[in-house]
Design a protein around this ligand. Structure first.
Ligand SMILES: Cc1cc2nc3c(=O)[nH]c(=O)nc-3n(C[C@H](O)[C@H](O)[C@H](O)COP(=O)(O)OP(=O)(O)OC[C@H]3O[C@@H](n4cnc5c(N)ncnc54)[C@H](O)[C@@H]3O)c2cc1C
Length: 387
């Protein structure tokens, strides 16, 4: 039995701990914050994410707060015209063997923690900010910012897009700002007027920005994310802010979208950033998972889902290999091509989503032509993943 130290207690960190414990190992999660809690965004989760949660034994713990949309609608923001719709039940379920689901990040994390506590063999520590690690023969020593040391056989850096473990391991600089700022808001569903579609995920495309909205938290809350082309002023992220820019970018849009954007008093700002996929993200007893390994723009709605898939594959390799370092290398090799494709595809969507004419004209035509009959097949590479 190996002792596996995990830096970061987000979705990737807790999921990896669960996977490691289910593979018969001891896991220690080190989270810098004072509590395991998350603010902010909703998470869309395809059948692949659900299958990963089932493989981790965590699906039952999150299922109660999941919302099942009827479909995913793509609309032109200017006039609300429908460009394409993907059903998320019926034909979708028949094609992919499972539904599409919506969940708040806090509910997903709480479900993973509940499953981790029920599993046993997992220590969850808060207030431990990893500053540095050192490898020595076949073990690894982690040091906190308060100079506390902790050792293990393996280290998994699941410490997010600004990963300290990645910086030490790959030294490849900060993530790359994509020129988009994301504004997130969560409102009571009772405050959303009837003219806004609450049964589907809605994606509104506009020149210079786009908006996504859908219900979460068992249908009690409504999640809104607006992304706009904007430079980053270096101000702190994830703190409530006014979003006057949304009124400018989306000044001339269809009434339901305009009404929706007027509801939140404040928004949480986040920068849109990613990295070119790394060819490898491990060495010796150290590897990465989740955003630390493959940070992505959220436009394929797959960052958290990739983290869950990572955990499943890592757990499988840890269970099958007596040689722990070999298990890490096999995990990285298995995950690199798929995560690279998702990161690159999300990056390409960024330009397409915010296009003005003439590109927007051709984009809308393409969506109309391909999303109807062929929509499900177009998404098969993403949603068909199985553990
Ligand atoms: C607006 C928006 C919408 C999104 N929508 C979706 C979606 O629909 N579907 C989807 O699948 N994904 C979505 N994502 C992406 C998803 O939220 C992320 O990919 C996912 O949360 C990454 O999880 P993670 O655990 O790798 O990283 P994080 O959630 O960033 O967790 C990292 C954890 O590590 C801790 N940490 C950091 N540094 C240290 C350190 N030095 N020592 C100890 N602890 C440390 C942090 O406090 C944090 O708890 C969205 C993202 C955004 C911004």
């Amino acid at each position: 039995m190996a002792r596996i130290v995990i830096a970061g207690g987000g979705i990737a960190g807790i999921a990896c701990a669960l996977a490691a414990a289910r593979a018969g190992h001891e896991a220690v999660v080190l989270e810098q914050a004072g509590a395991f809690e998350e603010v902010g965004a909703g998470i869309q989760m395809g059948p692949n994410g659900r299958r990963a949660l089932e493989a981790l034994g965590a699906w039952d713990a999150v299922a109660a707060s999941v919302v099942y949309p009827e479909g995913i609608r793509i609309r032109r923001a200017r006039d609300g015209a429908g460009l394409g719709r993907l059903p998320a039940r019926g034909a979708f379920e028949a094609r992919f063997g499972s539904t599409y689901q919506l969940i708040h990040r806090a509910d997903l994390l709480a479900g993973l923690i509940e499953a981790a506590q029920a599993q046993g063999g997992i220590t969850l520590r808060t207030g431990f900010q990893v500053r540095e690690y050192k490898t020595c023969h076949d073990s690894v020593m982690v040091e906190s910012v308060t100079a506390e040391n902790l050792s293990g056989d393996l280290l998994i850096g699941a410490d997010g897009i600004r990963s300290t473990v990645r910086a030490r391991l790959l030294a490849d600089g900060p993530p790359v700002f994509a020129g988009h700022i994301l504004y997130r808001a969560l409102v009571d569903i009772t405050s959303v007027p009837d003219m806004v579609d609450k049964a589907n995920v809605n994606l509104w495309l506009h020149k210079g920005g786009h908006v996504v909205h859908y219900p979460v938290s068992g249908g009690r809350k409504f999640n809104i994310v607006a992304a706009v082309n904007e430079s980053w002023d270096g101000k702190r992220l994830n703190e409530p802010s006014r979003a006057d820019i949304l009124r400018k970018v989306f000044a001339d849009v269809a009434a339901p979208l305009r009404a929706l954007l007027d509801i939140p008093d404040t928004w949480l700002r986040w920068i849109g950033a990613d990295r070119k996929p790394a060819a490898r993200w491990g060495a010796g007893p150290v590897t990465l998972a989740g955003d630390a390994a493959h940070p992505t723009l959220p436009y394929l709605a797959s960052g958290a889902v990739m983290a869950l898939e990572d955990a499943v594959v890592l757990g499988r390799e840890l269970a099958q290999n007596a040689d722990m370092e070999k298990a890490l290398r096999t995990y990285e090799t298995a995950r690199q091509p798929r995560t690279a494709r998702i990161v690159k595809s999300s990056h390409r969507l960024a330009a397409v989503y915010h296009a003005g004419n003439p590109l927007a004209f051709f984009r809308d035509r393409m969506i109309r032509l391909t999303f109807g009959a062929h929509g499900l097949e177009r998404m098969a590479w993403l949603y068909s993943w199985r553990p």
